[in-house]
Design a protein around this ligand. Structure first.
Ligand SMILES: [Zn+2]
Length: 393
């Protein structure tokens, strides 16, 4: 399987300048190729990333001589990535590729013949050794390295092909359903409610203050740039706290449970939230799902993702009757058919657990249930995707 380890780099000014330049070259190549692609397509041609790479190679000496100052991988890999983006678009997995933007998309990729990793350092062409804050966590064949900027810090993400570790998990057959929430990080079908990290009040206040600072600075000024970096660093710190809680949760789930059921779509986030809070809860949902996908694979647990139409909240987990409406404001309800009293989230988690168990059973041929086939199918495609996707630890 493919894994990636992202490590912060300790850079000096010269190295930071080189990374910014290489990212600029990658961005330019990517955006140039995107324009060319559109042009050729509109002219009735059949553009391809390989042809575009050759085309750029033939003109770069004359038109973009500054591209030669960094690793030739930077423009080449960027165009290959554009090819990937189009591939995902044609397969309806992603939207039409958009232009890369400075600061937002500062990154470039090196193939494994272009760099070397040695303990706490990585060797970059034209630059020499750059120090890393950690040594590489995984052992395996190194495939590529992507160097990127976030909050004005530089990181390297090294992708490797690793052997699937032998599972050390206990093999008791315990199933769990997880309802991912807005108020709680997660509710388990065991009845446990896991609180997310408390929003650090001091950090949040600082966030507000820094946002205000930024908005009153003159556009394009140095002070504005400094304020933007300060704000980005704070965002990064807060997201680390959140990420840490998510990892603790998903590790615990993947190592303690054998069968795990989760929702396929974060309906709550879509209904309740707007703007910022919505995007945060959305991100949290996808991140937890992503972590569970690879951790269950490593731990030999089964992850069952419910079909997006599965009404986990509205079905009574006791009698299986479905009610028509259950507004988000209602936290506790009583089933009209069997009069069981439900906690909204725990009931949803129980339904997800039952779905996961019955999907797994039907997969073993013990029983087959049409309603669950969908959920199972989505899990199977998901597992297949793993083989081609790099999984970030
Ligand atoms: Zn009922």
């Amino acid at each position: 399987m493919l894994r990636a380890h992202k490590i912060e780099l300790k850079v000096n000014n010269k190295q930071a300048t080189y990374f910014a330049k290489a990212s600029g070259v990658a961005r330019k190549a990517y955006n140039w190729a995107l324009v060319e692609w559109q042009k050729q397509y509109e002219a009735g041609g059949n553009p391809s990333e390989a042809a575009l790479r050759r085309q750029l190679n033939s003109i770069k000496r004359k038109e973009f001589p500054w591209m030669l100052e960094v690793s030739k991988n930077a423009p080449q890999m960027a165009i290959m990535q554009l090819g990937q983006a189009f591939k995902h678009f044609f397969a309806k997995r992603a939207r039409y590729p958009t232009f890369r933007k400075k600061w937002r998309d500062d990154r470039f990729t090196l193939t494994n013949d272009q760099f070397a990793v040695n303990d706490y350092r990585i060797r970059i062409p034209h630059l020499g050794w750059v120090r890393m804050r950690e040594s590489l966590r995984f052992i395996g064949k190194i495939l590529s390295a992507t160097i990127s900027r976030r909050a004005n810090k530089w990181f390297v993400s090294i992708a490797l092909e690793v052997q699937k570790p032998i599972s050390t998990v206990n093999d008791n057959q315990v199933a769990v359903g997880i309802d991912l929430g807005l108020n709680h990080l997660a509710t388990l079908s065991t009845g446990e409610k896991i609180k997310g990290p408390k929003p650090h009040k001091a950090l949040m206040n600082r966030l507000k203050r820094l946002s205000r600072h930024l908005s009153c600075k003159q556009k394009g000024s140095n002070n504005r740039k400094k304020a933007a970096i300060k704000l980005a660093r704070l965002h990064y710190r807060i997201s680390n706290i959140r990420r840490d809680a998510q990892h603790q949760l998903t590790t615990r789930l993947a190592t303690h449970f054998n069968i795990i059921g989760i929702e396929g779509l974060h309906v709550k986030g879509m209904l309740k939230n707007r703007k910022l809070s919505r995007s945060i809860s959305d991100m949290g949902f996808h991140e937890i799902k992503r972590q569970l996908e690879y951790k269950t694979l490593v731990c030999n647990a089964k992850l069952v993702v419910a079909d997006r139409w599965f009404a986990s909240s509205k079905i009574c987990s006791c009698c299986k009757n479905k009610i028509d409406k259950l507004p988000l404001s209602i936290r506790d309800w009583t089933c009209l058919f069997c009069f069981t009293q439900h906690d909204r989230d725990i009931n949803a988690a129980r339904n997800l657990e039952q779905l996961a168990v019955s999907s797994t059973v039907s997969a073993c041929g013990v029983s087959s249930d049409g309603a669950n086939a969908l959920a199972l199918a989505s899990h199977v495609t998901l597992k297949q995707e793993f083989n081609t996707k790099v999984i970030y630890g």
